[in-house]
Ligand binder design. Sequence first.
Ligand code: HEM
Length: 426
Amino acid sequence: MNIRQVLRPDDIDLDDLFFWAMPLAEREGAFQTLRDERPIPFVLEHEIPGFPIETGPGFWCLTRHEHVLYASRTPEIFSSARGATSIPDLPSEFNEFFGGMINMDDPRHARQRRIVSRGFTPRTLAQLEKSVQRRATAVVDRVIEKGQCDFVAEIAAPLPLEIICDLMGIPPSLSAMVFEQTNIILGIGDPEFTANGEDAQLKILGAGAALAALMRELADEHRKRPKDDLTSALLDASQEDGALTDDELCSFFILLVVAGNETTRNAISHGMKALCDYPEQRALWAADFDALARTAVDEIVRWASPVIHMRRTCTRDVVVGEQPMKEGDKVVLWYNSANRDERVFRDPYRFDITRTPNEHVGFGGPGPHFCLGANLARREITVMFREIFRRLPDLMITGEPDRLVSYFIHGIKRMPCSFTAQRAVA
Ligand code: HEM
């Protein structure tokens, strides 16, 4: 990719959606300028139209890999409890409802993480393996006779959503509703998901309430008839640390569907686009899929950087690099920029499926909040691409991706593709 450095540090406003609507090459150029010339800028916050909360004072931006790692590893100074998923300060009930443990510090975070980790053991993941394969086969079956489709809606999106529904024991008839509500929560800021004049806060609250209602029903059912799924494991009070309360369960479910869905979907979409843009990398992977899957999938996550940033708040005065920060200051960890830091990645704008080592922070930096679903996501991406390589080997992206305008999620909303139509397996 050829990046373009068209903005000077003073003109780079990371809190302005106009910046995020600029061409990717220019945004990448801006982050390179910052890493080199002003690695920890302070950005003033703007008022958010339709979001009736006080405009915050601004935030420090960590653009270099080493600083993102430092903040991730030092949660006692860089706290998540004032909100990791939102730069504006939201009421604490809102943060907990929508983010659950991602917006908490230890010891509350540690307790919840231990409980939910019950569902992410190697045994559960091995059980899920068959369902990932079966669902990926079905995804391809549904499109293979058409010869063309929207890659995002019909190939990248269904798998992660269906797997989370399988994990929690949600019936397939409800997955479309889950999908729609998560789009509302994560698409905030993009005009398509909240049309002008609509009250964005109300819309988000409505989406959260719909998901919570679904979860409460599911919890009641699982209490009456426990099953061998994650929901039953989370409600099992006989284990150390007890069970999640109903409120905790709802928040965890919302966290799971928003954290596990769009991220994996966008990794698959960006990955496909990259494989079309770099045909030599695609040919290399096709020649020995299994041998290269591990490094290729991590390169896809680095390349895609589906989560653009997370926020922390300083619990005391601290100096990062040479930049003093005060207790209470907001600090934003720009994973997209850390993943292009030329101090760590040789030729960072080259998509290289053999890249080793690849210390990307696509799943977050090392620390207590490192992505709980990283191994599941890697599995889903591997199985989906294996299925595409085997059964849709000539799939090509036939139009420019329609990108989500967001400073939080690096998303693709639509992307047309075509391939030679064939008979479905089923
Ligand atoms: C390519 C796909 C994915 C990406 C890029 C991604 C990215 C991330 C990132 C950056 C964080 C760190 C948050 C922080 O440090 O504050 C995180 C946390 C988390 N992720 Fe993922 N994620 C992905 C897939 C998944 C999946 C499939 C699941 C579950 C089904 C999942 C569940 C979670 C949870 C529960 C947390 C919160 C962990 C905690 O606070 O202890 N993620 N993810």
